[in-house]
Design a protein around this ligand. Structure first.
Ligand code: 1YM
Length: 649
């Protein structure tokens, strides 16, 4: 979304007044909103739940821009009971004055003309120019109805639209004592496959925006069930880092934070180390999560490695005969948020999640170098513990490298031989093959008896599965179950990971439907998440759902998968005449035929696909589950064991 100047420019372009702006990015301007309705995916990515939620973010982005400009302190988003949305801010209000060329109010242009994404103007950074930054007009085009109200100078101005068409001229409908913009819309059910809003999805993104926009208060109200939440982070990304580390143990209390503008690039960085081994850096550009990194991340990394090495040398914490610490060494246990704002971001790559602007790297590098050097010199105790941790990491990395080489050599010796316990399938095409990971030898036995040997392979996992959250790679690779998984998958791990080598396109975790089973499942998933994340990302991991009860009545058998389902079934078929109700404690209690019928037969089984929509959430969950704090873990596992309905990690 642009400023008034930009709007004028676009209106001129529309009217054919200025041919100079007819460049590629302006082509969209010539299209009407019908184009949006014809191909909604092009403008909001999809018409699934994702696109539905995206509508809210488009409107919110305009309000966030107003906050970044310094005029808005509060945004309220409400999910109404009829699945419509209202967004309200306390900014200046979208201008209502008549546009000189178009002869209509600016606010009308905002909602009825299509803007090319990514354009900036009028100074200041705008988050609304982002990935799909196509603005309010797209939301309008895709809404059964939309109402905008501008509260300005004591008056309420209102205009209504339906599927992008104007229903009435902007008019004053009353008086007001407040200032701001209010938008109410109903996503068009003709366009969206999904029309139910998820409180959690909106909550997650709004919380992220609140972290990234310090001081901005964001409220989310759900009128469907009287739920609400408010985010307000005076410390911004500094509080974000505290949040990421909340279930971890920081190695120093003080969180590093810097904010500075150079060459019109605003750079904000916050970081803190914890005693774990995982790096968690999230890099944002204009509030967009650049999951594939880019020049800002590269600049940060270079600065971090150089600064820490220089500091270590200067204070003799790295000995003369010791090698320099590597980037991996200095990032172990790092939790970090990088947030930059620039006027014309260039997003690259297939998912447009990588920043390409080459001018950004030197700016981030020099600013972070400067501020971090100062921070370490001011806080020598912090400096010392950071170096000690990185030196330990370097040693462990050496050990891990040796262990990995050993594993590689060993598998070379094995000549690609599969683990002894693996009952492989005959099929060689990975797309047609599936692998069941089964807990314990006895259940493994039933599964081997039950399977279709042509397409279904079974790998029983025996003994303890290591908690990878608490171990370094050398130890992890020493674990039998983990090694046999790596060999069976065929992909390798970490930097060696290659999804092309995956031997099965479905990997199905089959554990008992009890707390222990849930725990094992989480250990397996944690390992995958940390070392083979693309497996989860690409939707290759599934969870089998064995039944919890078997009910027999009038020679008929029923299998049910939860206690609730059992109650429903008994209500339906009646309780009299029921022979046994059998509760399965483990997979091992089922005979092969039963296991096939209820859990493994592709025609009848229920599989849950494991997804990873939000990496931060997933990380929080894994941390809580695998970290040092026992209480939240126990609660989660108990809760989760009860309701394994949809696993969104
Ligand atoms: C609930 C959604 O859209 N707020 C909002 C939008 C604008 C302004 C203020 C605004 C911007 C400017 C000047 C400027 C927009 N204005 C325009 C345009 N909330 C919401 N609040 N005055 C007010 O950018 O110069 C587009 S968005 F183009 F008309 F100026």
């Amino acid at each position: 979304m642009g400023s008034i100047e930009n709007l004028i420019k676009r209106a001129e372009a529309d009217a054919g007044l200025d041919a100079s702006v007819y460049d590629e990015t302006q082509i969209q301007v010539l299209e009407g909103l019908e184009a949006v309705r014809k191909r909604p995916g092009m403008y909001i990515g999809s018409t699934s739940a994702k696109g539905l939620h995206h509508l809210v973010y488009e409107i919110v982005d305009n309000a966030v821009d107003e906050a970044l400009a310094g005029y808005c302190t509060e945004i309220t988003v409400t999910i109404k009971s009829d699945e419509t949305i209202t967004v309200m801010d306390n900014g200046r209000g979208i201008p209502v004055g008549i546009h000189p060329e178009k002869g209509v109010p600016a606010v009308e242009l905002v909602f009825t003309t299509l803007h090319a994404g990514g354009k900036f103007g009028g100074g200041g950074y705008k988050v609304s120019g982002g990935l799909h930054g196509v603005g309010a007009s797209v939301v309008n085009a895709l809404s059964e109805y939309l109402t905008v109200q501008v509260h300005q100078d004591g008056k309420i101005h209102e205009q209504k639209y339906s599927r992008g068409d104007i229903l009435n001229n902007l008019s004053i409908i009353g008086e007001t004592e407040i200032r701001g913009t209010f938008v109410h819309f109903k996503p068009d059910t003709e366009i969206f496959e999904e029309t139910i809003y998820s409180f959690d999805t909106l909550k997650q993104r709004l919380q992220e925006i609140a972290f990234l926009t310090k001081g901005l208060k964001i409220k989310l109200i759900d009128e469907r069930d009287d739920n609400s939440i408010e985010f307000h982070y005076v410390g911004g990304i500094k509080e974000f880092v505290g949040y990421i580390n909340q279930n971890k143990t920081p190695i120093f209390e003080k969180i590093f934070y810097m904010e500075e503008t150079k060459n019109n690039i605003l750079v904000e960085v916050a970081l803190q180390y914890n005693d774990g081994f995982i790096e968690l850096t999230h890099a944002y550009v204009n509030n967009i999560n650049t999951t594939d990194g880019g020049t800002h991340l590269a600049g940060f990394r270079t600065a971090l490695t150089k600064t820490i090495n220089d500091y270590g040398r200067k204070f003799n914490l790295i000995k003369e005969n010791e090698k320099n610490l590597t980037g991996d060494d200095v990032r172990e246990g790092l939790s970090c948020i990088i947030s930059i704002k620039i006027e014309e971001p260039q997003f690259e790559g297939q998912t447009k999640a990588k920043l390409g602007n080459s001018e950004v790297k030197p700016v981030v590098e020099s600013l972070v170098g400067e501020y971090l050097t100062y921070f370490l010199e001011e806080n020598p105790a912090v400096g010392k513990s950071v170096i000690e941790k990185a030196v330990m990491a370097a040693r462990a990395r050496d050990a891990a490298k040796k262990a990995r080489e050993m594993v590689r050599r060993k598998s070379a010796l094995d000549n690609g031989r599969m683990p002894g316990k693996l009952a492989d399938c005959l099929e060689k095409d990975p797309a047609k093959s599936e692998l069941y990971l089964v807990e314990g030898d006895s259940a493994g036995g039933s599964a081997k008896g039950a399977r279709t040997p042509k397409t279904q392979a079974i790998l029983p996992l025996r003994g303890k599965i290591l908690n990878v959250e608490k171990s370094r790679l050398d130890k992890i690779l020493g674990n039998d179950s983990i090694r046999s998984m790596i060999t069976a998958f065929g992909t390798g791990i970490n930097e060696d990971f290659d999804i092309e080598k995956l031997r099965y396109h479905k990997i199905i975790i089959m554990t008992d439907a009890d707390v222990d089973g849930a725990h094992i499942r989480i250990l397996i998933l944690t390992f995958m998440y940390r070392y083979m994340a693309p497996l989860i990302d690409s939707g290759k991991i599934y969870i089998a759902q064995p039944p919890l009860f078997r009910v027999e009545k009038n020679k008929k058998e029923y299998y049910v998968y939860s206690s609730d389902e059992l109650t429903t079934l008994l209500d339906n078929i009646g309780r009299e005449g029921i022979k046994p109700i059998q509760r399965y404690k483990g997979l091992g209690e089922m005979d092969a035929e039963e296991l096939w019928r209820t859990t493994m037969d592709p025609e009848n089984r229920i599989l849950l696909k494991v997804t990873m929509d939000d990496a931060i959430m997933a990380d929080q969950i894994f941390n809580m589950l695998m970290g040092d704090k026992v209480e939240p873990r126990r609660n989660f596992i108990n809760e989760y064991a009860k309701t394994v309905e949809n696993l969104d990690i």
